[in-house]
Design a protein around this ligand. Sequence first.
Ligand SMILES: *Cc1c(COP(=O)(O)O)cnc(C)c1O
Length: 358
Amino acid sequence: MSRFWSPFVHDLVPYVPGEQPQIANLVKLNTNEHPFGPSPRAIAAMKAAVDDDLRLYPDPASLRLRTVIAEHFDLAGQGGDASWVFVGNGSDEVLAHAFHGLFRHEQPLLFPDISYSFYQVYAGLYDIRHETVPLTAALEIDPADYSRPNGGIIFPNPNAPTGRLLPLQAVERILQANPDSVVLVDEAYIDFGGDSAIALVGRYPNLLVTQTLSKSRALAGLRVGFAIGQPALIEALVRIKDSFNSYPLGRVAQAGAIAAFEDRAHFDAMCEMVIMQRDSLTLKLERLGFEVLPSGANFIFARHPSHAGADLTAALRERAVLVRHFKSPRIRDYLRITIGTPEQHRSLLGALEEILAG
Ligand SMILES: *Cc1c(COP(=O)(O)O)cnc(C)c1O
């Protein structure tokens, strides 16, 4: 608190990201970072971009990157092109612009009660009326719950932190029930086994899909995210961006992101590895007595019938294993565990065996 703050700042309740402690030999499974690393081609492209040209501003429109993204998703097949793509400094920034530009209406914005906690924060930041929609008892999104009057809908698919994936037909039902509001599908984790709603943007002018290079392309440190939708929605984001920061992506980020998209082989192989590790960790946790929700993401959401989530998280931390724990009542017995390397999984499982035996 400070007398220099505006009243607005006093009232803000900021998002708290998973911790990034500077401890050696930590088994860090708490922020859904990628265990295997980005494309070597992306790293080479970024190194090559570090030269005298850095004295020049980057392309404010990131046109080459947007063109590469449009090609990657074959938007031409749906009648689209780079004008259907918006890029920003991490998908968090893209989401913020969408909240600001597309969700401030008379009716409340809807999102699941258990979901990415940044939505609540952006609704507060931009003073957006909102209502949370409870997940079912099985912690699933039920499309039928999203047919009440609203000023917009947002949900992650797969959902975070549950990891549960909504099939594309269910996403489509939500789109059809809400032709007059923007439906934003936050696909931060879609590459780990789901079908992207990007396939639907040509048919639904109310659909905006966001994705990020932070998770499946292992570039969380680079800060690149993007949105795909029809030009009217994209233009709203561009108008906000150009009223806020014309250059959200630097030269190095644009070069790295372009190369990351061009290296499809690395991307496909790494996604497959994460999925394999996810399936193997799920089985091993089940053998230890955990209930594990089916996951379409690079993390799993698991609870043990006889141990509180907070206790397990603390006991793991004592053994230098970090997982994420949420305090909200419906999910406080769950651990959200990021998929790691086989070695990290051995450390996690060893620590858990010790704790459960303890
Ligand atoms: C990680 C994550 C994001 C943000 O990703 P960045 O591109 O790193 O800002 C957005 N939505 C969800 C659900 C996420 O888990």
